[in-house]
Design a protein around this ligand. Structure first.
Ligand code: 26V
Length: 820
């Protein structure tokens, strides 16, 4: 390093320290050495905010001056996790900050732990949104997020008596240090009242909407920092508040009481995230939340556009709105409302703009997840939006009748309003110019099954964008040791351009390198063992194979099959202890939350924990296998698990998991996939080759065939297959049912006719585990596979995904703010 660079670094460190100390005095009126850990954390974030906001202002100025087209990613969930470490990495300030604080005797890692984990999402869909905004900023794309500022995030999970207990997640209790309240950017959102068309004197019709309730939507902006590129975009969180002019204290007692009730109702809108991703529920509060953030978002975009860019006719050339699943689908009628009612535009013109502005991503084909709202509820809460949807539907159906004369059955199948319900997925397809699935197999299923009719009507609309994950959080931040090792081998170019990870293939037969890879993995396994010991007081063997399944608990994801296999291995060892010599020592780990109302998922958690306590306390087996359920799966916990994993369990029934993204996080950290040909597993397997992952189970077409013929019988599978028979019986009797049996799970498996084909896939799942053993025993063969997985993981960086969205769907272009 040259003397001038060293001098510059010393200067930067001194200036950072100065600014840190000044911020401490300013925020807390104390000397820095009197601050609590929480105060030190707040001080650090506020120090960093000064650096971020300079770039933020510069970025926004650039977008305005260059008339850039901007994307707004609307999502009812953003599962951000902690931001301090990843912001410091993206700002290229981590090392200097760490040093500057170390000089003061402060360990930066301790401050990271003070940050609440922003859990504003349930699972994959919410985390995807968070990875996407990180990629947009890092690619220098003008792209922002729009969502709800939930007072309570996804519940905190505790395990008590083997069962899940939900604790409210009061993540804002010490404030959220990264947000900026923008009171001046407030907009108003109206609910209820009467809407109708009134005839004017000149005979024309004009909309009247009266008697509605108004809610104030106040944005809290969070800066989204790009990687080493000076770009800072915005994630806008909308908070529902009582309008200022409403807070008057005059009036009768009844009026005051009513006003108080109304103010509670308003605050309830953004009070909590719905924790249910197990089945769709048509709840009024959810509909209110959806319209609230979508209306606020659309209004603020139009206002911003008019200030900056002028004529609305060019709107779709300057603005793209992406709807993450159907939850923000009301962006379609809301943009129509603003253009037609507020801006006085013709319907046809407004419709073209709306369609060309909006793009839609579908994230599941599970029918029970599809959003439909009862007309009565919809009309009462959003009378004008309902009228607009009726008009959209009438015009759409006119066209369909022209395309398919006499085919009323088809008309019924595609109608946005049907049998008393408003179908949000249909609205999303009709009102957008692009519809994409999230992995090849998923997009194919959309086109040929769930959205077949629509694909025939609009063949050009449908496309695939395979999901991705940000390698900055999931590799650079979560696994700095592996990242440095990769740098040593192939230089650090992959950090900016993850597809360069492929260069690692040159090292696949380099034993010295593979040994180092092994060392890195061992280090993480040891660290995780320590963490588990500290967190739940439980010992695991760091020399065992870590076999991990982490994701929401769902029947279709088949955690049940995983734990039944553990029971099977347990029985095997009990029957013949000598078998242990031929087995791999293994630690089966699980983590994931169950929706509070999803009984079968909660029973699955109870089963896993019950099996864990039997296995872990049985001396005949616990030197060989152990089972751990890690409570409270979250982004922060996930960051510790992926780097330590050997085996990635991706065992959903083929055709059910739209993509999956933990499969990509595991792969990027060198774990081997044990999975079905479902979601993105298919593409992972294609990339790494069949010899570098272990695939088992029914194919999606075979599953479809069973559905079609109706020939699957859980009873037959159970009866013809003694291995299945034995473990399934153990849900009712035997070593695992000491404190209550698992009658409900047993009953569920049979009464649903084993809806996710656990019995059918069980034997090939057991065989896949045997293949893992054989593979692991070939030490260098395993490491080679691990390396091949890492090398191909660049393809699953969300930078690749977002570059595709930008080019094929949004037509937005990167900016360059890097000063040479
Ligand atoms: C899923 C399900 C499945 C079971 C039945 C009811 C139900 C209700 C809601 C949902 C969640 C739907 C949205 C979602 O989170 N999808 C996930 O999106 C991820 C990002 O694209 C993708 O990787 C996951 O495969 C997909 O489940």
């Amino acid at each position: 390093m040259s003397v001038s660079i060293i001098n510059k670094q010393i200067e930067e460190k001194a200036s950072l320290q100065k600014s840190f100390l000044k911020t401490a005095n300013m925020l807390f009126g104390k000397e820095w050495d009197e601050l609590t850990k929480e105060e030190l954390y707040q001080t650090l974030v506020n120090t960093i905010r000064q650096y971020v906001s300079e770039n933020w202002i510069m970025t926004n100025k650039y977008y305005a001056e260059h008339n850039c087209k901007e994307v707004y990613y609307f999502s009812i969930e953003f599962l951000l996790g902690r931001l301090l470490n990843s912001n410091l990495i993206n700002l290229d300030m981590k090392d200097i900050c760490k040093d500057a604080l170390a000089d003061l005797g402060i360990d930066i890692n301790e401050l990271f732990k003070q940050e609440p984990d922003a859990g504003l999402g349930n699972g994959g869909l919410g985390r995807l949104a968070a990875c996407f905004i990180d990629s947009m900023a890092s690619l220098g794309l003008p792209g922002h997020g729009c969502t709800i500022r939930y007072q309570y995030g996804l519940f905190e999970q505790k395990i008590i008596n083997n069962q899940q207990v939900e604790i409210p997640d009061n993540w804002l209790k010490n404030g959220f240090a990264w947000e900026y309240r923008k009171a001046d950017k407030e907009v108003r959102v109206n609910f209820g009242g009467n809407a109708y068309m009134a005839e004017q004197e000149d005979g024309s019709l004009k909309l009247v909407h009266e008697g509605y309730d108004t809610v104030s939507a106040v944005p809290y902006d969070v800066p989204i920092v790009g990687y080493h590129n000076n770009v800072v975009n915005t994630l806008r969180l909308w908070n529902a508040e009582v309008p200022k002019d409403y807070a008057s204290l005059s009036g009768t007692r009844e009026q005051l009481q009513e006003r108080l009730r109304q103010s509670y109702r308003i605050q309830a809108i953004t009070s909590c995230l719905y924790p249910d991703d197990s089945s769709y529920e048509g709840k009024l509060l959810r509909l209110t939340q959806e319209y609230f953030f979508v209306s606020a978002g659309v209004q603020s975009i139009v206002r911003h556009y008019k200030r900056r860019k002028g004529a609305l006719s060019a709107f779709a050339n300057q603005v793209a709105i992406h709807i993450n699943d159907t939850h923000p689908a009301m962006a379609i009628p809301e943009l129509m409302r603003v253009l037609v009612d507020v801006e006085g535009m013709d319907w046809e013109k407004a419709w073209n703009i709306t369609k060309n502005t909006i793009a839609y991503t579908n994230h599941t084909i599970m029918p029970e997840a599809l959003e439909t709202w009862p007309i009565d509820m919809f009309k009462k809460l959003l009378p004008r939006i309902y009228m607009i949807i009726e008009e959209i539907n009438a015009r759409f159906l006119d066209n369909i009748r022209k395309m398919y004369p006499g085919d009323e059955e088809r008309v019924r199948r595609v109608s946005i309003i049907q049998d008393g319900m408003v179908h949000m997925a249909r609205l999303s397809v009709v009102g957008s110019h692009s519809v994409n699935g999230v992995a090849k197999i998923h997009s194919d299923i959309l086109k040929s099954y769930s959205m077949k009719d629509f694909n025939e009507i609009y063949p050009k609309k449908f496309n695939n964008k395979t999901n991705g994950i940000t390698h900055r959080r999931w590799l650079i931040a979560a696994n700095p040791e592996l990242s440095s090792l990769i740098d040593e081998a192939i230089s650090d170019k992959w950090r900016r351009n993850p597809s360069r990870l492929i260069d690692l293939l040159d090292f696949k037969d380099d034993k010295a390198f593979l040994d180092k890879l092994d060392e890195v993995k061992k280090g993480h396994k040891l660290y995780l063992a320590g963490h588990i010991k500290r967190r739940i007081g439980f010992d695991i063997d760091p020399n065992s194979v870590y076999d991990i399944q982490v994701k929401r608990i769902h029947s279709y994801k088949r955690q049940i099959m995983n734990i039944l296999h553990v029971m099977y291995v347990y029985n095997w060892i009990k029957r013949d202890p000598s078998i242990k010599n031929q087995m791999l020592p293994r630690t089966f780990m699980f983590a994931g939350k169950a929706a509070p109302g999803y009984h079968i998922a909660k029973e699955t958690i109870r089963l896993i924990n019950t099996v864990a306590s039997v296995v872990n306390n049985d001396k005949d087996v616990n030197d060989h296998i152990r089972v751990v359920f890690l409570p409270n799966y979250s982004v922060t916990l996930a960051e510790k698990l992926f780097p330590a994993a050997d085996v990635s369990e991706q065992i959903s029934l083929a055709g059910k998991e739209a993509s999956g993204t933990s499969n990509m996080k595991f792969m990027m950290n060198g774990a081997i996939t044990l999975g079905t040909l479902d979601g993105a597993n298919v593409e992972i397997c294609d990339a790494v080759g069949e010899e570098n992952c272990i695939i088992f189970g029914l194919k999606a077409e075979e599953v479809m065939e069973y559905y079609k013929t109706g020939l699957y019988s859980a009873w037959t599978e159970y009866n013809v297959n003694p291995k299945v028979h034995d473990v399934v019986d153990q849900l009712l009797t035997g070593p695992f049912v000491g404190n209550g049996d698992f009658h409900d799970l047993h009953n569920y498996l049979f009464s649903s006719n084993d809806e996710y084909f656990v019995f059918k896939d069980f034997m090939s799942y057991c065989a896949a585990h045997s293949k893992i053993k054989a593979k692991y025993n070939d030490h260098y063969g395993w490491l080679k596979s691990s390396l091949i997985n890492i090398a191909h993981s660049g393809q699953f960086s969300s930078d690749r995904t977002i570059a595709e969205y930008a080019k094929d769907i949004w037509n937005v272009h990167p900016i360059n703010l890097i000063k040479e």
